[in-house]
Write a protein that binds this ligand. Structure first.
Ligand code: HAM
Length: 459
């Protein structure tokens, strides 16, 4: 970007890049750069990406996730955003859409042509969490961790589906206990209901059996597909050859109607898996977690076996899954470990959760009330700065309004900013060391000594 910037703007761009300035001020600075350069094409963000212009709700959600899972014994980790492509090819399967169509590759000036596809931006966090488990000497058993951050998939973008999106990814690594699956599902369900207050959602569950069950089931499915081949859509015909279980993800009604009559994987489980599937259901019932068994639920990534689940909401439109996960064990050996490592995990889609929370009207609650200190002329600026400083020190969100203008204009500006209370200081207030406190909603006013402002606001 700096290469297209004239010299005199490079300095300010560096400031924007390296200072700890807020997202909002970056956007504002970019705007002023654009308006200064008439005749130069307006730069816009990439399709499928977003500017977050207010992170209050976003940060609050992340804090709630952290608190909830840390209380349950999980700890936060971070893995790189850039990883070897092979990490995902080996663990997600080479036939999944994420690998065949959606990876973002990373090259630098030093990348030789034959290595152009060797590095990528992570499309998900499970494979990297398992890599981190294998690369480091982890003794915890299970290793209960979560990571929060951006993921990248070159998908057809639409509401709720982005090319850069965020996940909170939770994993319990090195546990074969199916009770842990029920526990993780319960923790997620409690988070959505109790912490976030979500109501209009459903938990869909399926059990895909162990690797051998899955392979056996595929053999059972093939004759069924062969028999009804002419009724399948093009994409299902292709999938039936490359990744047959993914046919169940098809959105075409004719295919869905047909698959309703297809064999169910839960009817073809080995003895141990039958027992585990039954244990999972009973445990969820005993924990008071409401779920619906969806025999066609297979999930889009190839590593799953046994438990798979999704939390879906009708309030989200077409992209209705806001959390998905399941059990897996073979990622470790695919990555080169001597043995499989059983694990279970899930990822929460932050953007989709934010859409659900916003619908509940949480936006208004998330914003702390804003106190604006309004000096009526430049002579009162220093008092205003002191008062804002004092209020910030006592935990109030307070800011001086340092624009110059008539009282009417200043109050109009304060209204636009959504101020909860204005503290007005004119020459009279300056002299008598008072401030006029104006409640913006009711219009009620009260003159208070500057030294007693905090005590007054507290009451
Ligand atoms: P996933 O189903 O691919 O699973 O993604 C999990 C969640 O991330 C989705 O339910 C959705 O809310 C969100 N998500 C996925 N793609 C997008 C997108 N393009 N735009 C917005 N949100 C999106 C996984 O990623 C697994 N690694 C989950 C897991 C963890 N399984 C075991 N452990």
């Amino acid at each position: 970007m700096s290469t297209i910037l004239p010299e005199r703007y490079k300095k300010s761009l560096c400031y924007m890049t390296f200072s700890r300035t807020s997202m909002w001020s970056v956007v504002r600075s970019m705007k002023s750069f654009h308006t200064l350069h008439e005749g130069c094409a307006m730069l816009t963000r990439l399709p499928g990406t977003q500017d977050f212009l207010d992170l209050v709700l976003y940060n609050r959600l992340l804090e709630q996730i952290r608190t909830h899972f840390m209380r349950a014994g999980f700890h936060e980790i971070a893995t790189p955003i850039i990883e070897p492509t092979e990490l995902f090819q080996r663990s997600l399967g080479t036939e999944t859409d994420v690998i065949t169509k959606e990876l973002y590759y990373v090259i630098s000036r030093h990348t030789p042509p034959e290595e152009q596809y060797k590095l990528c931006l992570r499309p998900e966090a499970t494979a990297a969490t398992m890599r981190a488990y294998l690369n480091n000497t982890i003794v915890a058993h299970p290793w209960s961790v979560f990571t929060i951050g951006p993921m990248f998939r070159h998908e057809r973008h639409q509401k709720g589906r982005y090319r850069q999106f965020h996940q909170a990814n939770i994993e319990l690594v090195n546990t074969s206990s199916i009770t842990q699956d029920a526990r993780l599902i319960m923790l997620l369900d409690r988070f959505f209901t109790v912490t976030l207050g979500l109501r209009a959602y459903a938990l869909l569950i399926n059990f895909m059996g162990c690797h051998a069950d899955r392979e056996k089931f595929i053999e059972q499915l093939r004759p069924f597909i062969e028999k009804h081949k002419e009724k399948l859509c093009e994409s299902c015909i292709r999938r039936s050859q490359t990744n047959i279980l993914r046919i169940f993800d098809c959105k075409e009604q004719a295919c869905r109607d047909l698959y309703a009559t297809a064999p169910h994987i839960t009817d073809h489980l080995c003895a141990q898996c039958t027992h585990e599937w039954s244990h999972l259901q009973t445990t969820l019932e005993q924990l008071g977690v409401t779920y619906s068994h969806q025999p066609l639920l297979v999930r889009g990534l190839d590593y799953y076996e046994k438990t798979v689940f999704e939390f879906v909401s009708t309030n989200l439109g077409a992209q209705n899954t806001f959390c998905g996960g399941g059990r897996y064990s073979r990622i470790a050996s695919e990555l080169g470990a001597a043995q499989d490592v059983p694990a279970v995990g899930a990822a929460l889609g932050i953007e989709r959760l934010l859409m659900l929370i916003e619908e509940l009207g949480a936006q208004a609650n998330a914003q702390p009330p804003l106190y604006l200190i309004v000096p009526l002329s430049r002579e009162q600026h220093i008092v205003a700065l002191h008062l804002a400083d004092l209020l910030n020190e006592h935990g109030y969100t307070a800011e001086p309004l340092l624009e110059e203008g008539s009282l009417k204009n200043m109050l109009r500006l304060a209204n636009k900013r959504g101020a909860h209370t204005c503290l007005l200081i004119g020459s009279e207030e300056q002299e008598s060391k008072t401030v006029l406190i104006k409640r913006m909603l009711t219009g009620a006013e009260q003159r208070v000594a500057q030294a007693e402002v905090v005590a007054y606001l507290k009451t």
